[in-house]
Design a protein around this ligand. Sequence first.
Ligand code: 13P
Ligand code: ZN
Ligand code: NA
Length: 275
Amino acid sequence: MKIKDRLVEFTKKKRGLLATNFYNLETLHGVLRAAADLNEPLILQLTQSSIDYMGLETAVNLGRTGLKQFGVEGYLHLDHGGSVELVQKCLDAGFDSVMIDGSELPFDENIKITKEVVKRAKKYGAHVEGELGYVAKLGQDHGGGFTQPHEAKTFVEATGVDALAVAIGTAHGFYKKEPKLDLPLLQQIAAITPSTLVLHGSSGVPSKQVQAAISKGICKVNLATEIKNIFMSTLQQELQQSQEIDLRKVFPKATMKITELVKMKLIMIKNENYA
Ligand code: 13P
Ligand code: ZN
Ligand code: NA
């Protein structure tokens, strides 16, 4: 099934589709083991910096062969694409989906660049995510504004994007104090916006709020920081007590911790028990 059909189906069912970032073989296998054990689909995301770190071909091949190896239904997605050039490279490399993040641009320029990406993606049958409103970057305080429902509608209609990342109170990374998502705003956006809605910055958001957001129209749920954090904190602990030089013996516990975390998230976003 294509990513678009999956997202449309899950939106109708008021359940989420988890989108996890990966950074290397271990983080990839950690998330794939979780999806395989639970027989759930997921989206594998790569940012520009992960692509730079692994190399585009390697990253794509790791993702694809990993999905096959673990028998997981999954999709490759460019997370926070910053330029048409990067998007084009990812389309050529066979991504199922690309994000063009024009959220820091003026409205008209965001429309223009997103429209260009939609035009290019069409030739590849690829799915496109745009962003309107501003989800703060890692380490920043929330600077910009929340997504306005009428702008969202105009944006989606003018660009033809399949999915829209909305700013409703989340931020990338962990939070200094517990976030409070603007659910009435989300509901207004969902009521008039004909695209899949995406929640960025879900690390650190209490499950109840993520579930409430899914029940109000969010489908794609992006998770990155919690994956990095559980991996690195487990690894740091391991290394403190060990002189091991066989790196293949050092990583498995940290990888397993990712699997546990992602399993919990995969169950949570199904939203089966949401009252
Ligand atoms: P977190 O790092 O807060 O989970 O955000 C992930 C994200 O939005 C990736 O696009
Ligand atoms: Zn994001
Ligand atoms: Na976050």
